[in-house]
Design a protein around this ligand. Structure first.
Ligand code: OGA
Ligand code: NI
Length: 368
């Protein structure tokens, strides 16, 4: 592993690398620290002052925008109704880049069951979890701070990653406490994803099946995040500001709150709605739409409100990672020339996982 190339504090008088390694080798994640009863966070989690300064709500943006909620009930009840829904999806995707959907067809008991199941895995005894902590992402893995060795500050979250597709997972690999409920939840999200990809295609004036043709959504990774109680939430972050690199993300969150979306110069809360799924546009849709759709920065705050927060992000990506993607010809013109080079999704992801923490955005990588 490469040594850290950035430090968050020039006065650091501790051996950051040593502490990073110790945390990594504990194979207990952030939950392990909390279980050990810490009352102050280890220095590797302390974020730089420029990040900490943005954590407090700023009066200028409070309530400035709402993340829209789109009702998918009876989307095909008539062509006119479908067009109205397409219009709402298009509007959200081309402005805030985020929306919530309700009446998506997944029963609320399945949503609640999936959250409970995910919480149960993260709350297994440390000995049961240690063998799942891995740095290679394949099948099922527990990860805390995937970029621990490159980043300037760690974040307060552990994640269970399950790669459901394109290579099918052997169910026996999924921990038994969550297996059935997560498989059920995952299968049901596929129909929601198919519908959303159609609506998003139509919103760009493309044929309904265009994104399917591009293999979008054939790769499916479920990330079950666990944001433990944090004794000093003003010194660290649950997950730092980022955009999602893929096509589309469907997110299920519990009722704790903490997810925020960048809007103008401030941050807007994505308020938990029990029966809703949060949808956001990934970088690849921003690229192929030549920025008609927006992949927007978002983050999660750490919290000391007692309970851990659980969320599940399903990342839908292209099945054909070797395919080259760039702005679609249909969506560019002499007046609106391509804003991105064509890149393979594989290269794009490689860049994503090895990106240094700096002020450039990930989409800049293929920007013309
Ligand atoms: C992500 C993400 C938000 C959340 O996994 O990319 O943004 O609420 N998660 O956990
Ligand atoms: Ni994200």
């Amino acid at each position: 592993m490469a040594p850290p190339t950035v430090t968050n504090d020039s006065n650091q008088n501790y051996d950051r690398m040593k502490e990073v390694k110790q945390f990594d080798e504990s194979k207990a994640g952030v939950k392990g620290l909390v279980d050990a009863g810490i009352t102050t966070i280890p220095p590797i989690f302390v974020n730089p002052p420029e990040v900490l300064a943005t954590l407090k709500p700023s009066p200028s943006t409070a309530g400035a925008a709402e993340i829209p909620t789109i009702d998918l009930a009876g989307v095909d009840s008539s062509p006119d109704h479908r067009s109205a829904v397409v219009e709402q999806v298009k509007c959200a995707a081309s402005t805030v880049g985020f929306f919530q959907v309700i009446n998506h067809g997944i029963p609320v008991e399945v949503l609640d069951g999936a959250i409970t199941a995910m919480k149960a895995v993260h709350e297994l005894p440390a000995e049961a979890k240690a063998p799942m902590f891995k740095r290679e992402i394949e099948g099922v893995s527990l990860v805390s701070n995937m970029d621990l060795y490159h980043s300037n500050a760690a974040y307060w979250r552990d994640t269970l990653l399950i790669q459901f597709a394109p290579v099918p997972i052997d169910p026996a690999e999924i921990p038994e406490v969550c297996r059935d409920r997560l498989i059920d939840y995952n299968e049901r999200t596929l129909a929601v994803k198919d519908l959303l990809l159609e609506l998003l295609s139509e919103g760009l004036g493309l044929i309904r099946g265009k994104f399917k043709e591009l293999t979008f959504g054939e790769a499916v990774t479920l990330s079950g995040h666990y944001y433990p109680y944090c004794p000093q939430p003003d010194l660290t972050i649950g997950f730092r500001s980022h955009t999602d690199p893929g096509v589309l993300t469907l997110l299920l969150q519990d009722n704790m709150g903490g997810l925020q979306v960048k809007y103008k110069e401030g941050w807007v809360d994505v308020k938990p709605v029990r029966e809703a799924l949060v949808v956001n546009i990934g970088d690849l849709l921003q690229i192929i739409s030549n920025e008609k759709y927006k992949s927007v920065d978002h983050r999660v705050l750490a919290s000391n409100s007692g309970e851990a927060r659980v969320s599940m992000a399903t990342f839908f990506n292209p099945g054909a990672a070797e395919n080259v993607y760039g702005p679609l010809e249909e969506l560019t013109s002499a007046e609106d020339p391509p804003r991105y080079r064509r890149v393979t999704y594989k290269d794009y992801m490689h860049k994503f996982f090895n990106k240094q923490i700096d002020n450039t955005s990930q989409t800049d990588y293929s920007k013309i």
